[in-house]
Design a protein around this ligand. Structure first.
Ligand code: AMP
Ligand code: GLY
Length: 459
C-alpha cells in the first residue's frame, strides 16, 4: 500500500530551515525533483535566494517557525542545523500535525548533550573512547587522574564547534576546565563536561537516514576540521569534505553497521526514542576498529554538499518517505564518482571573521564543468555579492576519480576572490596518499585492491 501511495504523491511545497552551505545543497537537490511544486528557505542566504524563495525567521523560536510553515502551506519541512532541533521545533510541528523531517528534542540530545550520548553508548556497548563525566570543577579535576595526556575535554552542551579541546598537558587540561566550569567561558554548555581518552586514527563521517524503523546509509565522507593545511591551526566547522567509496572497504562498512549503526538504532527503539531524520556518526578509525567520537542529529556541513552531489535518487521522495515511516520501500542510488567540497572562509575565521567584503568570480567558477558553488555566509547588497560570515562559499565538484574532482574544484576556486579569502589546498590529500598514486577506474581490480587497504590499516 505504501508503494501505491508513494507513486501517486502529489507535488509538494517544501520549506528548508537553515542558512548555510548544507541548506543550499538541500535546496539545489530538492528542486530537481518532479515532486517539488514550490520551495522556500528560512532564512536562507544570497545563493539560496537564486533557487528558492527566502523568508526571514528566528530559528530559535519554534512557535514562529511553525507559524511561517503554516502560512506558506508547507507540505514538508526539512530542518538543516542542530539548534532548532535542540529547541524542539520538530515537537512543535508534530503537535500541530505538520510534516517535518528531523529528530524530536529528546532525540536531539544525541548531539545537544555529550553526556547523554556517551551514557547511551555505554548502555548499548557501542565502541567509543573511555570517559568520565565531570558534574563540577573538583570532580572533573579528580577525573583527570584516570587519564594520561593528551586528554580530551568536551563541554556537555552545544558550543558552536568550540566545545572540544584536546589538551596536551595536565596543566592545559586544568586551565580548560577552569575556563569552562568556573569562569563560564562557554556559558551553560560548559557547566558539565565529558573527559575522555584521546583516540588516534583517521576520522570518517558516516551518515544514515532513518524513519525510526529502517535506515539507508549514505556513502562515506571525510571532513577537514582544522583551519590550515596539514591539519594545523584551530578547529572549525569544517573547511572541506570529500565523499569517495574508497574511504571505507566493504568489510569496514559492514563492521560500522554491525557494531555501531545498528546497535545505536536498536538502542533507540529499546529506549522508545523515536528518531526520524539524518543521524551522523563521527568516527575515529582506530587500531582497535571504528569508534564513535560524536553523534550529530543532522547532515554534516560541508559533508552534505559533497554527498548530495553524488545522489541520483529523488530527494523529495526519500525525505518524505523517511518522514512517513516508509523508507523500507525506497532505495538511494549514488553516483560512483567521488565529489569534493572546498570551503572559502573569511579572514579571522573561526574566532572573529571579517564581513562585508565584495566577492568576485563566483559565477565564472561555475563555468568549470561539474562544479556547483554553494553559498553559506553571503548577502546581496546594491547588486553586489558580499561576505556575511566565516564560511562564505563551498565550491563543490565531482569527477570520474578524486584527482579529477580535485582538479575541477581548485580550478573553480582559483576564479573566486574576496579580500582576506582563505581555503585549504589539501582537501582529499589523505585519500590520495592512501590510494598511493593515481586511482584507476571504478571497477578495475586495482581499485578494489586499494579499497581493502584502509581496512587492513585500521584493524
Ligand atoms: P566532536 O565534536 O566530539 O566530534 O569533537 C570535535 C573534534 O575533536 C573531532 O572531530 C576530533 O577531531 C576531535 N576529537 C573528539 N573526540 C576525540 C577523541 N576522543 N580523541 C581524539 N580527538 C577527538
Ligand atoms: N562537518 C561536521 C559537522 O557538520 O558538524
Amino acid at each position: 500500500m505504501g508503494q501505491m501511495l508513494l507513486l501517486y504523491r502529489p507535488p509538494m511545497k517544501i520549506l528548508v530551515l537553515g542558512s548555510g552551505g548544507r541548506e543550499h545543497a538541500l535546496v539545489w537537490k530538492l528542486r530537481e525533483s518532479q515532486l517539488m511544486k514550490e520551495i522556500y528557505c528560512a532564512p536562507g542566504n544570497a545563493g539560496i535566494a537564486q533557487e528558492a524563495e527566502c523568508v526571514s525567521v528566528d530559528l530559535a523560536d519554534a512557535a514562529s517557525t511553525l507559524e511561517l510553515a503554516t502560512r506558506l502551506g508547507a507540505d514538508l519541512t526539512v530542518v538543516g542545523p542542530e539548534a532548532p532541533l535542540a529547541a524542539g521545533v520538530v515537537d512543535v510541528f508534530e503537535k500541530a500535525g505538520l510534516a517535518v523531517l528531523g529528530p524530536s528534542r529528546t532525540a536531539a540530545q544525541f548531539e545537544s548533550s555529550k553526556i547523554f550520548a556517551k551514557r547511551f553508548m555505554e548502555r548499548h556497548g557501542i565502541p567509543t573512547a573511555r570517559f568520565r563525566v565531570g558534574e563540577d570543577f573538583e570532580q572533573a579535576v579528580r577525573a583527570l587522574d584516570e587519564f594520561s595526556t593528551p586528554v580530551v575535554i568536551k563541554a556537555d552542551g552545544l558550543a558552536a564547534g568550540k566545545g572540544v579541546v584536546v589538551a596536551r598537558t595536565r596543566n592545559e587540561a586544568e586551565q580548560v576546565l577552569d575556563a569552562a566550569m568556573r569562569r563560564g567561558a562557554l556559558g551553560r554548555a560548559g557547566e558539565r563536561v565529558v573527559i575522555e581518552e584521546a583516540l588516534s586514527g583517521e576520522e570518517v563521517s558516516f551518515i544514515v537516514l532513518t524513519d525510526g524503523n529502517t535506515s539507508i546509509h549514505l556513502p562515506p565522507c571525510q571532513d577537514h576540521k582544522a583551519l590550515l593545511d596539514n591539519d594545523q591551526g584551530p578547529n572549525t566547522g569544517g573547511m572541506g569534505a570529500y565523499s569517495d567509496d574508497t574511504i571505507l572497504a566493504e568489510s569496514t562498512r559492514g563492521e560500522i553497521l554491525r557494531r555501531i549503526v545498528n546497535p545505536t538504532l536498536s538502542g533507540m527503539s529499546e529506549e522508545r526514542i523515536a528518531y526520524r531524520g539524518f543521524l551522523y556518526f563521527g568516527l575515529m578509525m582506530t587500531a582497535d576498529g571504528p569508534k564513535v567520537l560524536e553523534y550529530n542529529v543532522r547532515l554534516g556541513d560541508p559533508e552534505a554538499q559533497a554527498l548530495l552531489m553524488r545522489l541520483r535518487s529523488d530527494l523529495v521522495e526519500l525525505l518524505s518517505s523517511a518522514c512517513e515511516g516508509a523508507l523500507a520501500t525506497r532505495h538511494a542510488h549514488w553516483s560512483p564518482n567521488p565529489a569534493v567540497c572546498v570551503v572559502a572562509v573569511s579572514r579571522g575565521y573561526p574566532a572573529a571573521p571579517e564581513t562585508g567584503k565584495t566577492i568576485s568570480g563566483y559565477d565564472l567558477a561555475e563555468t568549470v564543468g561539474g562544479v556547483k558553488v554553494f553559498h553559506a555566509g553571503t548577502v546581496f547588497k546594491d547588486g553586489q555579492l558580499l561576505t556575511s560570515g566565516g564560511r562564505v562559499l563551498g565550491v563543490t565538484a565531482s569527477g570520474e576519480d578524486l584527482p579529477a574532482a580535485l582538479h575541477r574544484v581548485y580550478a573553480a576556486m582559483s576564479k573566486i576572490h574576496f579580500e582576506g579569502m582563505h581555503y585549504r589546498h589539501d582537501i582529499g590529500a589523505k585519500s590520495l596518499k592512501r590510494q598511493a598514486g593515481p586511482p584507476p577506474g571504478p571497477s578495475s581490480p586495482a581499485r578494489k585492491q586499494e579499497a581493502q587497504e584502509p581496512h587492513q590499516r585500521w584493524r
